[in-house]
Design a protein around this ligand. Structure first.
Ligand SMILES: Nc1ncnc2c1ncn2[C@@H]1O[C@H](COP(=O)(O)OP(=O)(O)OP(=O)(O)O)[C@@H](O)[C@H]1O
Ligand SMILES: [Mg+2]
Length: 400
């Protein structure tokens, strides 16, 4: 995927701890601002304000107060995390450090460890404009969008240069850790499907709300105690196209290995870019391999390039399957899931399915696995031929 970047795009050097996927960013395209806005008429009670403004604020002054968010003082969060003690650190990302803290369930004021509720406090590194913009975007979207498969933002802190976010604590951490961390307990097939379904539900919900997530990846999928997935990190989220527009033109942001090829090449963003990223994560779930793996050589460095030729052939699908599964998965189910991944990864964005379709297909697949019937999503001989054609297109594109 790295070779898909045009020359105006730069890759910032932060690499994740596993495969080597890194953040993408390009110079801002100032001509790309949306000039018209429509207010969607949602009846869904998950949108807390009505009418809901989809315009992302440019400064904290434009940030509309959200009735569901608490404004914390820095001192409160210092107390909640025991002075940001190193042993409270639960993760480090591109934009900051994540600490475990405790707050009162009702009062939301700092409490002693072991009393009240556990929270995750993300402290943004002081990296200027981009970090602040993403902080604002996150507060804007997560303050208004509520869904069982989106991580809950409890509050924020804005004091001088300090920017923090307070989330519900997700006890099982990120999917990335479970799939790729050395020594991690392998996740069984059923759990992988549960993660895929719940993450698909979160993404389908965002698309229904006309929001493009733009950063769908294993490290942003957090897991609760029962392995239900919740999407986190809304710093790159973007309002989808309105009116007759088919796409939003924007600076290329996201993560190498997950971003859709047409978005990297043109900066044209649609919800189908998220569908592509979903395909990559589904492939990671099936194969147990990270999207970019610099420890491998040749085509195996790039999961999509390597896996595509095997996805089309039900006799070969087992070759991409995670050996840590020990063969404990239904063969038909694996073929059907591979087929969904293949469709999501179509180079032709329009031919990718909608997330709502992906969700219902995955749900049918799960139900059919339980009853032992043939999943309707399995690869039929006729779709096989057209998938083969798509594979050739994809392979040709990748060779460019
Ligand atoms: N709400 C949370 N509950 C539990 N753990 C969390 C929570 N939020 C983040 N983490 C942990 O902290 C890690 C870092 O998260 P963060 O979102 O800052 O970075 P990232 O997703 O790894 O990378 P990037 O900056 O590219 O998004 C996560 O991978 C996860 O392990
Ligand atoms: Mg993240």
């Amino acid at each position: 995927m790295g070779n898909c970047l045009n020359s105006s795009a730069r890759v910032n050097n932060r690499e994740n701890s596993f495969g080597g996927s890194s953040r993408l960013s390009a110079k801002p395209n100032h001509s790309s601002r949306l000039s018209s806005l429509t207010i969607p008429s949602y009846s869904n009670r998950s949108f807390t304000t009505s009418p809901w403004s989809i315009q992302t604020p440019n400064s904290e002054g434009e940030l509309l107060p959200s009735p569901t968010l608490k404004a914390f003082t820095y001192n409160e969060l210092k107390t909640a995390t025991r002075n940001f003690k190193p042993n409270s650190l639960i993760g480090v990302g591109g934009f900051g450090y994540v600490y475990k803290g405790w707050i009162g369930e009702q009062s939301l004021s700092p409490s002693k460890p072991g009393s009240g509720v556990v929270v995750a406090v993300k402290q943004l590194k002081a990296d200027g404009f981009q970090g602040h913009k993403e902080w604002l975007t996150e507060v804007h979207y997560l303050g208004r969008l509520h869904h069982m498969n989106l991580v809950k933002l409890i509050g924020y802190c804005l004091e001088g240069e300090k920017r923090l976010l307070v989330y519900e604590y997700m006890p099982r951490g990120s999917l990335e850790n479970h799939l790729f961390r050395r020594g991690a307990e392998p996740i069984p097939w059923k759990t992988r499907m549960k993660v895929a379904i719940s993450a698909a539900r979160g993404l389908a919900f965002l698309h229904e709300a006309k929001v493009i997530y733009r950063d769908f990846k294993a490290s942003n999928i957090l897991l609760d105690a029962e392995f239900n997935a919740k999407l986190s990190d809304f710093g790159l989220a973007k309002a989808g196209p309105t009116g007759d527009r088919t796409h939003v033109t924007t600076q290329v942001m996201g993560t190498h290995g997950y971003a859709a090829p047409e978005y990297i090449a043109t900066g044209r963003l649609t919800s189908k870019s998220d569908v592509y990223s979903f395909g990559v994560v589904l492939l990671e779930l099936l194969s147990g391999r990270p999207t970019i793996d610099k420890t491998k050589v040749g085509v195996e460095q790039n999961l999509v390039d390597w896996a595509i030729p095997y996805l089309v052939d039900r006799r070969k699908v087992f070759r991409i399957m995670d050996t840590k599964l020990g063969g404990q998965y239904p063969h038909k189910g694996a073929c059907a899931a591979a087929n969904i991944a293949l469709r999501c990864l179509n180079t032709e964005a329009k031919l990718r399915p909608e997330m709502s379709d992906v969700l219902s297909t995955l749900q049918q697949l799960e139900a059919s696995t339980k009853t032992g019937s043939t999943p309707s999503a399995s690869i039929s001989p006729s779709s096989h031929t057209s998938e083969n054609r798509r594979v050739q297109e994809i392979s040709a594109f990748m060779r460019k």
